[in-house]
Design a protein around this ligand. Structure first.
Ligand code: F6P
Length: 328
């Protein structure tokens, strides 16, 4: 028979994302509602290893729904990747009398949970929180919507100056392995070209497209480039390459960087985090494990976490076509 869950351990791990605090609040308050204890470990898996935690009750999460970042802090623990690190983590959970874990994070966080769960048979549920939106099993991850809006706002501002100076801007956005931010923010901000990790559009095509833009009377252009784009050149090399080949263009580069991960979460992310947080607690208390919660067709669903991390969350290729048509 499965041990009943009386005390839940909670972490936020990996790259932080706006809405993680709203998810923490939802988990803590759902635990309080269902009368189980909740403990928050600081700095993700590293806090578990070090036994660095705090008891959380309904009042300890007041006024955090609107805050960016994570009150539990986050880290990418290298120690947890080792067998010894995970052994320490298991001992620490035992000492704190934790019966099950809720993991808020992305791919790396879930992978750690799967390995740990297998080694020590610790029940856990994952809540997808990353601005990258690169997790299968959910249409949206917590933080993605806020990041998109931050990026669109930044591109709008850059467009003002690009247009005033008749310039071409290469704007690098986050997404080491996934082009969700680049693609959606690119379409949302009316970018002329979008370069993503999932598709190699090629340098020739880029030059051709920029020439076409000039011929059609455009005086400025925006190219959105995902960090991990497939074209094989970073934004600075791209700007240099285009300047060398199209001297008519005055190119500039803007790297948006970590500002994309900050800020107050959008209403969408707050509601998503609230729904997923409650569901994660309910699933754990119901005896489930190795699952992640997600949103599919606006319904909260639960799916096998191992399957989710092995499956790629595909971008919507239709958006590339739309971008092509609209940048005529
Ligand atoms: O996974 C989220 C993410 O923001 C990626 O888009 C980005 O490549 C990475 O984290 C940056 O990580 P770090 O903050 O460790 O530099």
């Amino acid at each position: 028979m499965k041990k009943p869950i009386k005390k839940v351990g909670l972490i936020t791990s990996g790259g932080d994302a706006p809405g993680m605090n709203a998810a923490i609040r939802a988990v803590v308050r759902a635990c309080s509602y269902y009368k189980v204890k909740c403990v928050g470990f600081y700095r993700g898996y590293q806090g578990i290893i070090e036994g660095d935690y705090t008891d959380l009750d309904a009042r300890s999460v007041k006024n955090i729904i609107s805050k960016g970042g994570t009150i539990l802090k986050s880290a990418r623990s290298t120690e947890f990747r080792t067998k010894e690190g995970r052994k320490k983590a298991q001992e620490s959970l035992k000492a704190a009398e934790i019966d099950g874990l809720i993991l808020i994070g992305g791919d790396g966080t879930f992978t750690g949970g799967v390995v740990f769960g297998k080694e020590y048979n610790i029940p856990f549920i994952g809540i997808p929180g990353t601005i990258d939106n690169d997790i299968a099993g959910t249409s949206f991850t917590i933080g993605y919507d806020t990041a998109l809006n931050t990026v669109v706002d930044a591109i709008d501002k850059i467009r003002d100056t690009a247009s005033s100076h008749n310039r071409l801007f290469f704007i690098e956005v986050m997404g080491r392995d996934a082009g969700f931010i680049a693609l959606n923010a690119g379409v949302g901000a009316g970018a002329e070209e979008i370069l993503i990790p999932e598709e190699d559009l090629g340098l020739d095509r880029l030059l051709e497209s920029l020439k076409k833009s000039k011929r059609s009377g455009k005086t400025s252009s925006i190219v959105v480039v995902s960090e991990g784009d497939k074209i094989g050149k970073n934004v600075f090399e791209l700007a240099e390459y285009v300047s060398d080949n199209l001297p008519d263009y005055e190119a500039r580069v803007s790297v948006l960087g970590h500002m994309q991960r900050g800020g107050s979460p959008s209403c969408f992310d707050r509601v998503l985090a609230s729904r997923l947080g409650v569901k994660a607690v309910e699933e754990l208390l119901d005896g489930k494990s190795n699952q992640m919660v997600g949103l599919v067709n606006n319904k909260v669903v639960t799916s096998d976490i191992e399957k989710a991390i092995k499956t790629s969350h595909d971008i919507n290729r239709e958006l590339l076509r739309i971008s092509d048509i609209l940048s005529v």
